[in-house]
Design a protein around this ligand. Structure first.
Ligand code: PLP
Length: 434
């Protein structure tokens, strides 16, 4: 029995499934999850003292690498001045200003602690603003675990092949209409039938919780036109893509591609907290000002805008200059091209999909023509991915333990770390072919 096995057994005795978030349990790839004790730059170290090149990056937040000295200094400095005040601090405003500098359509910003809270509040706000109840979401898009957003969601639900969650009352589930992503006709049909009662469409800015599935060219513009036509709001969930797929999130990526779409509300998380719990809800001032204390839509949090967490987020965003994004983009090119070449050489059918600096690899002949939606994503060969995953892990590279996730790079993935990934790929590709 290894140390990781022992720790997993001990955890399972007191924590459901031994984990505090389901995908961590290795359920879809099998085997024992690694228990980490530290992380620096592009590496994580497990309880057996083994280090791995990390392609999970805490599921996104570690944009500048783990434990960046400037981020740690900012956190220690903030912690010394007090862990939490339950009152306003100057740094919260600075973080909001930094978010708005990058995404000017985020006219006003409310800080919360998790992406789940941000999307949950965005929906309440959309309902409060429109006086309507229905919500449209896309299958395979994950927006956190609030009741109304679990219908046909991605991430852990996709990994575990769950249609939704037990414990969601039927009347709440009935307020969410689920349509296939990138499917204009399905959306038109839903709006033709329910248009007058739809408060909002919520979409991941680019799908990244069923593997990476970007919006088809023009699709986000279509969403804006359709929602405008029916008086519904458009909520762009950038919890994963925000300040990771590019300096201004996927909003900026689309803009550079010529699609200048202004959603009414946006949500951010992950990078915005640099590894500590900060997320944000943002958007048009006129809608955001409906939040308490100005307006009738309630939201609050004991730890909202927590000073230590805000210090981590602000330090991370201040480090995240164009050079950081250029490095991550180059690293994504290097790894995605090498993974594809290794899989080709081993005869493993696959397709690489990309959204800004984010990418993922789908395995199997059923997906080689491309993955536009969740239904297609579920046809990937999860068994081939599991074999690939374990061979990479054995070779010292930690990939997401699920075929339905993006591969996350950081600005700290230097030539040495990338070299270790490139060395591991051919063997893992052969394992996937077996
Ligand atoms: N929205 C998106 C697009 C996400 O990827 C996630 C988490 O992965 C969330 C919302 C929920 O964020 P959190 O896990 O911080 O609650």
């Amino acid at each position: 029995m290894t140390r990781n096995d022992e720790l997993f057994d001990r955890a399972r005795a007191v924590i459901p499934g031994g984990v505090n978030s389901p995908v961590r349990a290795f359920g879809s790839v099998g085997g024992t999850p690694r228990f980490y004790v530290s992380a620096t730059g592009p590496y994580v170290t497990d309880a057996e003292g083994r280090d791995y090149v990390d392609l999970v990056a805490s599921w996104g937040p570690a944009l500048v690498g783990h434990a960046h000295p400037e981020v740690i200094d900012a956190v220690v400095d903030a912690a010394r001045r007090g862990l939490s005040f339950g009152a306003s601090t100057p740094a919260e405003t600075e973080l909001a200003v930094e978010i708005r500098r990058r995404v000017p359509i985020a006219e006003k910003i409310r800080l919360v602690s998790t992406g789940t809270e941000a999307t949950m509040t965005a929906i309440r706000l959309a309902r409060g603003a429109t006086g309507r109840d229905l919500l449209v979401k896309f299958s395979g898009h994950y927006h956190g675990h609030s009741d109304g957003l679990l219908a046909q969601a991605g991430s852990g639900l996709a990994t575990l092949a769950l249609p939704g969650s037990a414990g969601v009352p039927a009347p709440i589930a009935a307020q969410t209409l689920v349509v296939p992503y990138n499917d204009r006709a399905a959306l038109e049909a839903v709006f033709a039938e329910h248009g007058a009662n739809i408060a909002a469409v919520i979409t991941e800015a680019a799908g990244a919780n069923m593997g990476v599935v970007p919006p088809a060219p023009g699709f986000t513009t279509f969403l804006r036109e359709l929602t405008n036509r029916h008086g519904a709001l458009l909520i762009s969930d950038e919890v994963l893509t925000g300040f990771r797929s590019g300096p201004s999130g996927y909003w900026g990526v689309l803009r550079e591609a010529g699609e200048d779409v202004a959603p009414d509300l946006l949500t951010f998380g992950k990078v915005v907290g640099g590894g500590l719990p900060v997320a944000a809800l943002a958007g048009r001032a006129e809608i955001m000002d409906l939040l308490a204390p100005l307006g009738p839509v309630y939201q609050a949090g004991t730890l909202s805008g927590n000073p230590v967490a805000v210090a981590a987020g602000l330090a991370t965003l201040r480090l995240a200059d164009s050079d950081v994004y250029a490095r991550i983009s180059r690293a994504a090119d290097t790894v995605s091209v090498a993974a594809s070449a290794a899989l080709d050489a081993a005869g493993v059918p696959h397709v690489v999909q990309r959204a800004g600096t984010l990418f993922s690899v789908f395995f199997g002949s059923a997906v080689v023509a491309g993955v536009p939606d969740y239904e297609t994503a579920t046809r990937q060969d999860a068994g081939a991915y599991a074999a690939f995953f374990h061979a990479m892990l054995e070779a010292g590279v930690s990939l997401p333990p699920s075929a339905f996730e993006a591969w996350f790079l950081t600005a700290a993935h230097d030539d040495v770390a990338l070299g270790r990934i490139l060395e591991a790929l051919p063997g893992a590709a052969r394992a996937a072919a077996a």
